[in-house]
Structures are given as structure tokens and as C-alpha cells.
Design a protein around this ligand. Sequence first.
Ligand SMILES: Nc1ncnc2c1ncn2[C@@H]1O[C@H](COP(=O)(O)OP(=O)(O)O)[C@@H](O)[C@H]1O
Ligand SMILES: [Mg+2]
Length: 402
Amino acid sequence: MKPQLNPFSPGAGARPPALAGRDELLQQSAITLARLKAGRHGRSQMMVGLRGVGKTVLLNRIADQAEELGYKSVEIEVPEGRALAVALLPELRRLFQDLDRMGAAGTALKTAGGVLRSFLKGVKLKYREIELEMGGEVEEGAADSGDLESDLPEVFIALGRAAAERQTAVVLIIDELQYLDRKDLSALLVAVHKVSQKGLPITVVGAGLPQLVGNAGEAKSYAERLFLFPELGPLGAADAKRALQEPANLAGVEFTEAALAEIIRVTHGYAYFLQEWGYIAWNAAETSPIDAEVIRRMHADAVDHLDRNFFRVRFERLTPAEEGYLRALAELGSEPQRSGAIAAVLGRNVQEVGTLRDLLIKKGMIYGPSHGYTAFTVPLFDEYMKRRMPLPDPRVRPARRR
Ligand SMILES: Nc1ncnc2c1ncn2[C@@H]1O[C@H](COP(=O)(O)OP(=O)(O)O)[C@@H](O)[C@H]1O
Ligand SMILES: [Mg+2]
């Protein structure tokens, strides 16, 4: 069918034609946001889930909700291996300018400007890479210690007061939170803690890979009470069907039940894969309804497409030793595996591969779903590793089956 009319939208952060299975979470965030302006406590949220489950798309939708309420929002993606302050500053400046434009300058707004300029000065001293200018008066000595854990709360409080003065609220949307190092994550948690204690209208809505939950708990033990950590997973069968059938129907096309079942079987309901399969199936089908035969015929093409794009960009970031570790994990299966068993496949003990495992967690390739276990953060990566590195691989001994 005509690719020009294809309704599906595979791609990181690409708005899906139907956002299936997230109604409850969206209701939850609508309530939290509505309470915020009234100074009522609403727990900040950090959504966690594997790659491609739809975290970024949900963050974007929550940004829309904030906008509909007339709130100011700031959206950033944590850059891997870079400082939070550097990523945040341009957006905080923009936020300040937005608040400034809302009317004649009040006291809280003036103070916020001064605090932000002072913060910028401190950050510039520490990280020379930042090229940002902010004209105007500096609030000497405010938020310029160079220690983010004491500076960021000051900045958040000042901006929170300015927002309250403007009778609006601020939503900070932060993606890829698993990339924050412990100090930056602590600083963010303390800042959120302080503004929430003061009932100021600022909230953080974040997202990250599953390791974020553990990272946050290690950074500050109160993280679990401060934040909700909604878990996003693959879509259930009914939602997965809706994600495929609804966009097709709107374009006058249908999937047969058998076609839907086949797509769900191979994608396991992961949102990103559903979009890819929907997209390729649409182009491969000659007429409506799209039947299971089409899905089976296109299977090899779809897998090849993922291998060359989605999986390959992640594989290419690996060192040979990391490849070996992931290949060993894949050998054991798609479920979380005991870290000891992975080491054993490599003919090593857990301690010997501990550093390697930590590096892979930092890179966002794997995580520890529970103590002593390891799992992929990318759905179906086990199957890819097996295709990409067929045995015999000198680094991996075939798993002994018991
Ligand atoms: N609830 C949903 N229903 C249907 N498709 C979705 C849903 N959430 C995400 N998608 C699709 O899945 C893909 C990945 O979404 P994204 O938000 O980038 O995932 P993540 O940030 O978790 O890696 C995109 O193509 C998007 O259109
Ligand atoms: Mg994302």
C-alpha cells in the first residue's frame, strides 16, 4: 500500500499514531500537575523501562499536558558522560526568560535572575565548555559554590518562587536519567526534595533505563519516598492490537486477527517493534486486510532492518570484551541471568568480570533486575547477539544445559 499514507511512526521519540496502554499513567500525571499550582504536594515521577517501550513519547505527552495548563516546561535529555549543570543551564535561562516575559518584574523574579546568573558564573568556572551569557545583576554568593548539591536546590527554590509569583508552575522533563553520575543525581534529588518541602510549584518528570531506580536509591535513601517510579513495559495484547489496528482503520485499512497475533508474537508487544512491524507490513501489503501471510513474508526484511539500524548502533559502541560478555549473556537466554552463570560461560568468576559488567551498566546495555542477576536493557538483544556473533566464538563456551 502507498508508503506516503503509511500511518506508523517507528523511531526514537517519534509520536505514535495511537498512544496505547498509557491512559492510567496520563491520568496520574494530569492529577499531579493540577495539584502542583495549588501548592499541593504531588510526587515527582521517574518512569523506568527498557529501550523502546515508549518513555520519551510519554514524557512529550506530559509536556503537552503541562502546556495545556499554562505551565512552563523545560525538556532536556541527559547527555552521556556530561555534567547536568551544563545541560540544564541553557534551558533554565530560557525558562527564566519565559517567566520574565509574563509581566512586570516582581521581587521573586528579580532574585531568581540574580541567582541564576551567579550559578552560571560558578558553572563557567568549573566547566569551561559552556558558552552562555546572561546579562543583568548577579546575586553575589548565591548558588555559586561549584557543588551542585548545594547550588541546584538554591536555583530551584529561586525559580519556584518566581513561578509562584507569576501564578504558574514549572515542569522539568528530564530524559535518559540513568546517565547522571551519582553526584548529579544526588543534587537533583536534593533540589526536588527542597522545593517540595517548601510547597513550591516545581516538579520533575523523568525517565530512564531500569538501573535508574537503584542509582537513585544509592544517591539518596529517601528517593523512593520522594519519587514514584512507574514501570513501563511491553503493551498487553489488547493495547498492542489497538496500537496497530486504530491507525490502520483511520486510513481505511484493516489487519486480520491472525496478522495481529503474529505481530504480537514476534514483537512481544514492545512499542517500538510494533511501529516497525506496522510500518513494514503496510508497505508490504497489496490490499486490505493485511493478513498473517504478509507478516510472515516480511519477517526476514524486518529483522534485517532492525539489525542494520536499531541493534547495530548499540553494538558498535561495544569493546571486544563487552561483546563477549553480552554474547555470553545471550547464550543463556532472554530472561535475567545469574551474574555468576554469565561469568562461568566466559570461563571466569564473578569478580573477574565485575568491572566489565559495571561498564556495560553505565553504557546502558544491561542492568541488574535483582541482586546477583543481569539482564539486557534492549528487548530482543539476545537474539541479535546470536545472529551477529554465531558460535563458535573463542570468547564464549556454549552453555552447559542441565
Ligand atoms: N504507547 C504506545 N503505543 C504505540 N506506540 C508507541 C507507544 N509508546 C511508544 N510508541 C512508539 O515506540 C517507539 C519508541 O518510543 P520511545 O518513546 O522513543 O521509547 P523509549 O524512550 O522508551 O526508548 C516510537 O516509535 C513510538 O512511536
Ligand atoms: Mg527514550
